[in-house]
Design a protein around this ligand. Structure first.
Ligand code: SAH
Ligand code: SF4
Length: 449
């Protein structure tokens, strides 16, 4: 979501003469778009600000200004601390107020030594003020459909930094999605902290669900693939489960964080489901879409987690078999209910548990990738590879696929959907050759440039 937000900021500032640069040294403004989810992320901000302080001084000695802006969730959660610790920061803006950046910049330019902190949760949704996407990076694009969260898991800062749940209206999303497809986008990844809690208005009166939104988007001509992330197990309704079995554009992969395999820990986390609920959900998803590739998030060492409770997580992972997963050591976040629980798990123990879990998860990922060898997968080509005649795309299951075309075949182009014979697998990707049995040159009939 921060990538999406950064792109929106860049589009918002373009009419004011700003264009992106990859080197901060000569930048008129540097925006750090931050994440607060775990402690490490916010520590990074202060070390980065230390570096920028030096650059800002250097520019000042040449009579030039560098506006330093801190945006995102650390800005929201620790704005006052940032202002106090780093006087060189000009603007601190939260994730729900960055649409006001042009006005804040004008104020910062006029201010001699003032710092601006703007981290309210305004009543007007920022999406009403943001320009629609003008630049697309490639054939796969993000589209934020929902933001914020009302679930209040006890470990998590999101409800405090992104605010209450908000869903964008269906009509706005269709317009934005059509605009992306016109610019060559073939895959849209719908984003939200709780994307499957989506409940945007539709025809001004009705409330839509994520499955209805997906069905509407699937009608857009030229849009070949739809994905969504991140889903909460509690919001996986019947219609969404069934959509995986009947909407061809909806890809057979789903990120469904479970966090823990222990009912007691899930209760303490306030997740609102049991291990059994999760297992039954996975069964229903696999009935609807038998080849669905599941990925998940895990937290090890939540306060009070015992060895037996950690083992329960290992058992759950073995029972399900994940295609991919992210796992983290519990990180205490200021202001969250879990931070004030007693019985915090020792860092070394957390570290050991993380290694044990990650070994199992990477073994499962390996096996999942190996099981693709010999299969013909549909691959959406996204970018050039490192070698001649090589392109990199993604399988329906989200695996990167390095595709080579034979010397005598017409090489396919980025944005095309092609059938690829999978010949090899690595821990994080697959290798394949263009399947020459399809339409002679391996390229499907519905080519798209
Ligand atoms: N809305 C999603 C998760 C969003 S946060 C859900 O409910 O599943 C992304 C992931 O960061 C979470 O799934 C969790 O595994 C991890 N995370 C969040 N807070 C954390 C914390 N305090 N310590 C460690 N990991 C955390
Ligand atoms: Fe955080 Fe996800 Fe829980 Fe919301 S549902 S509080 S975003 S972990």
């Amino acid at each position: 979501m921060n990538v999406y937000d950064s792109d929106r900021m860049s589009e918002l500032l373009a009419p004011f003469g700003y264009e992106p640069t990859f080197v901060p040294d000569n930048a008129d403004m540097v925006i750090l778009n931050t994440c607060h989810i775990r402690e490490k992320a916010s520590e990074k901000l202060f070390s980065e600000l230390g570096r920028l302080r030096v650059l800002k001084k250097r520019r000042a000695s040449m009579g030039k200004r560098m506006i330093i802006t801190v945006a995102g969730c650390v800005a929201q959660a620790a704005g006052e601390e940032i202002i106090r610790r780093i006087p060189q920061v000009d603007i601190v803006v939260g994730p729900q107020t960055y649409h006001r950046l042009p006005e804040l910049i004008v104020r910062a330019e006029r201010a001699v030594n003032g710092q601006i902190l703007y981290t309210d949760f305004p009543v007007e949704p920022k999406f009403d003020h943001l320009p629609s996407a003008r630049h697309v990076r490639g054939v796969s694009a993000f589209l934020t459909v929902q933001e914020g969260c009302d679930k209040f898991c006890t470990f998590c800062v999101v409800p405090y930094t992104r605010g209450a749940e908000y869903s964008r209206p269906v009509a706005d999303l269709i317009i934005e999605a059509e605009g992306l497809v016109e610019k060559g986008v073939r895959e849209i990844v719908l984003l939200g902290q709780n994307v499957n809690a989506y409940h945007g208005v539709f025809d001004d009166v009705q409330v839509s669900s994520l499955s209805k939104l997906i069905e509407r988007l699937a009608d857009i001509e030229g849009l070949a693939r739809i994905r969504y992330t991140t889903s909460h197990p509690r919001d996986m309704d019947v219609a969404l489960i069934e959509a995986h079995g009947k909407v061809p554009a909806l890809m057979p992969s789903l990120h469904l964080p479970v966090q823990s395999g222990s009912d007691r820990i899930l209760g303490k986390m306030n997740r609102g489901y049991s291990v059994d609920d999760y297992l039954r959900l996975v069964d229903r998803l696999r009935t609807s879409c038998p080849d669905i590739a599941l990925s998940s998030d895990f937290i090890v060492g939540f306060p009070g987690e015992t060895e037996v409770e950690f083992e329960a997580t290992m058992t759950l992972v073995k029972q399900i078999g994940f295609a991919q997963a992210y796992s983290f050591k519990y990180s205490s976040r200021p202001g969250t209910p879990a931070a004030s629980l007693g019985n915090h798990v020792d860092e070394a123990v957390k570290g050991e548990r993380l290694l044990t879990l990650q070994a199992l998860l990477s073994d499962q990922q390996h096996k999942f990738n190996d099981s693709m060898i010999g299969r013909r997968l549909e691959v959406l080509l996204e970018k050039p590879g490192r070698y001649p005649r090589q392109l990199v795309g993604r399988s329906p299951y989200l695996q990167p696929v390095h595709v080579v075309s034979k010397d005598d075949a017409v090489p396919p182009r980025i944005g095309e959907l092609i059938k690829v014979e999978i010949t090899g697998s690595c821990p994080n990707s697959l290798a394949g050759v263009l399947d020459t049995n399809v339409d002679g040159d391996g390229i499907e009939k519905e080519n798209f440039v």
